[in-house]
Design a protein around this ligand. Structure first.
Ligand SMILES: *Cc1c(COP(=O)(O)O)cnc(C)c1O
Length: 367
């Protein structure tokens, strides 16, 4: 069976590139999932076979993140957007104390109004004044000791800004949207009370969101929510509260297995991701100002490299020629325009090197 070679050059901000070996297995599973005797699209979510898939996906995520047994790993629907609401519904409604939120870019800005519907929110820091060109330093951050929780986004996908440290106080639960850098590097993940990440950037197709939540945090959650929106009900049902997205969860299992066995864990993944990002940022920095990075150097994302060219017409020509040369998904997010090269786990170093070569050629021809 053939895999479309253009998949290897998918630089989209999401859904992102997936490893060729995973795509191959998915292709086969559409006909017959190994051990199930059926197409993955027709396997029952109540089967022992699927229970084993969920168990392996959970175990892989737990092992890769290095999380102890007092975390539950959930596979939920509704994307990261549903988490923008589920978190404050569970932890903020009825509170007189404000939750701490950081406003560092487009996606953290989407989480804020959803939280405000449920209870009081304090914006600890906003990057609006600097056009979300940088992240805050520790000196600019003053976290409240009595906040029900702190919420932030580890990697701002649109602007290409990434924290490379854990924020907040150890006595306030940390909650983090890691949708666009989940499982991309090792970290101190047990310092978070709740981590969420939808699949479609770094680990599979849209339709499933991975949540890692500490049992102690769940114990204090709001009790009269609709069952579907209640983390505890979802945990009790082992993510099969209702019909789950079997296909999407299966792909997440394959991707986490690939990370574990083929890549060799998050340190190895990080080394690859750093090489890709270094190639791209060097191409920007060595371009005599032709390619202009959006993010402050210290806050550059290793997942999303956002940049501009000298003017809109040149950007259009660049995107057109890149598309014709086989690269896809390079247009910047519709809210900011420009160009964005997303370097998710599934994108190979060779693809990043090819893009850099194309960028060099374009720059020299344009000058
Ligand atoms: C893409 C993205 C989202 C949006 O997620 P949906 O699954 O579409 O709701 C949220 N947060 C971050 C950091 C993202 O990159």
């Amino acid at each position: 069976m053939m895999i479309n070679p253009r998949n290897a050059l998918n630089f989209s901000g999401g859904p992102g590139a997936l490893a060729q070996s995973v795509l191959q297995q998915v292709q086969e599973a559409i006909q017959e999932a190994p051990g199930a005797g059926l197409s993955i699209l027709g396997v029952s979510h109540r089967s022992d076979w699927f229970a084993a898939v969920v168990a392996e996906a959970e175990a892989n995520v737990r092992m890769l993140l290095g999380l102890p047994a007092d975390y539950r790993i959930l596979f939920l629907q509704g994307g990261a957007t549903q988490q923008f609401s589920m978190v404050p519904m569970s932890l903020l409604s009825g509170s007189t104390l404000a939750a701490d939120y950081l406003h560092t870019g487009y996606w953290s800005g989407k989480a804020l109004p959803e939280a405000r519907r449920e209870g009081p929110v304090r914006t600890v820091w906003s990057g609006a004044d600097c056009g979300f060109a940088r992240l805050p330093t520790d000196a600019e951050l003053d976290f409240a000791a009595d906040a029900p929780y702190l919420h932030y986004v580890s990697n701002e996908t649109v602007e290409g800004l990434q924290f490379d440290r854990v924020l907040g106080r150890d006595d306030v639960p940390r909650i983090c949207d890691m949708s666009s850098d989940f499982l991309s590097a090792p970290g101190d993940y047990e310092r978070f009370a709740l981590i969420y990440a939808h699949a479609q950037k770094n680990l599979g197709p849209a339709g499933v969101t991975v949540v890692a939540v500490k049992e102690a945090l769940m114990a204090g959650m709001q009790r009269d929510l609709p069952g579907f929106l209640d983390y505890r009900a979802q945990a009790d049902a082992h993510s099969i509260y209702n019909t789950p997205p079997v296909f999407a969860i299966y792909v997440v299992m394959l991707v986490t297995r690939w990370l574990r066995d083929d890549i060799g864990g998050l340190a190895a993944m990080d080394a690859i991701n750093r090489k890709k990002a270094a190639l791209l940022y060097r191409a920007l920095d060595d371009s005599d100002g032709f390619y202009r990075g959006r993010a402050a150097r210290a806050d550059r994302s290793r997942m999303n490299v956002a940049f501009n060219l000298p003017d809109a017409a040149t950007e259009r020509a660049f995107l057109q020629q890149a598309e014709a040369a086989g690269f896809s998904g390079l247009a910047g997010h519709r809210s900011v325009g420009g160009v964005r090269a997303s370097l998710y786990n599934g994108l190979e170093i060779e693809a990043a090197a090819k893009l850099v070569e194309f960028m060099e050629g374009f720059r020299l021809q344009w000058r």
